[in-house]
Design a protein around this ligand. Structure first.
Ligand SMILES: [Zn+2]
Length: 266
């Protein structure tokens, strides 16, 4: 995942996983003088929640002497997440949850932030638990081809898409949390007020139950997909990227998902 001369943009939300990752990468950097680190935090614009996280992220960066870059929805898209959600609800559009908007917009924001700081890779703190939950969610949604695309090290598919790596993909969430506690790292522990991913919560409960009854289940699922992925990749049609006619970013369709969502909000 890592090269000695990488410039990593670390996606730091202010939660325990991303701050554990920040601290560990900062520690590694001491022995890799050519490695550059920049923390990137997305300010979605969630009143009463994101400000605390921004302060915590900034304090950790200051302590570790890592530059901190903030990308905001308001600046990028013209609206905060709060505004997007209230506009959509005001128009009676209830199909998409706040998490659905946020997931799409944040992905693009992190990529934009990484490009702004000229990083060559984005490191995110997705843990083994996150990865296994996503695998099962994709299966439950019938979205099998996403198993091929969402991997711990993304393929370099487009010059405008910064490569993503997940250094914690084989670290159970409990261990990432333990690291934060043992190292006395200050993190935000209040959940996002919009957190409502019902399917993910059910799957998390199910996997944790399986893990407690059959130790090693999480690793087994992760490894199974790792072995299956090359075959899926061969089956998946090579995705052709076009350029979004509205924002100029890479997109599978004429208009990217982000711009499509924002059309409904404007
Ligand atoms: Zn677009």
């Amino acid at each position: 995942m890592l090269r000695f001369d990488d410039h990593l943009a670390i996606a730091v939300s202010g939660g325990k996983d991303s701050l554990s990752l920040l601290h560990i990468l900062a520690k590694m950097k001491r022995f890799r003088p050519k490695t550059q680190l920049t923390a990137v935090t997305v300010d979605e614009g969630i009143d009463g929640y994101r400000n605390e996280a921004l302060e915590i992220a900034a304090a950790n960066c200051k302590e570790l002497e890592i530059p901190h870059h903030i990308v905001s929805f308001k600046e990028l898209y013209g609206f905060t997440l709060d505004e997007i959600v209230s506009r959509a609800r005001g128009r009676g559009e209830t199909e998409l949850t706040a998490c659905a908007y946020c997931g799409v917009l944040r992905r693009k924001a992190i990529n934009a932030g990484a490009r702004q700081v000229h990083a060559n890779k984005v490191a995110t703190a997705h843990t083994l638990d996150d990865e296994v939950q996503t695998v099962l969610m994709n299966i439950f949604h019938g979205d099998i081809m996403r198993l091929a695309k969402e991997k711990p090290v993304t393929s370099e598919v487009h010059p405008l898409l910064v490569q993503k790596i997940k250094p914690f993909c084989e670290i159970p969430e409990k261990e990432s949390a333990l690291y934060a506690y043992v190292k006395n790292i200050k993190f935000q522990d209040t959940p996002c007020p919009y957190a409502s991913e019902a399917l993910r919560n059910d799957i998390r409960g199910m996997i944790n139950l399986m893990e407690s009854k059959h130790a090693g289940t999480k690793f087994t699922v992760f490894k199974a997909i790792e072995r299956l992925r090359p075959a899926l990749e061969q089956t998946a049609a090579k995705e052709k990227f076009r350029t979004c006619t509205e924002c100029g970013e890479p997109s599978a369709l004429d208009v990217c998902k982000c711009c499509e969502m924002l059309r409904h909000v404007r």
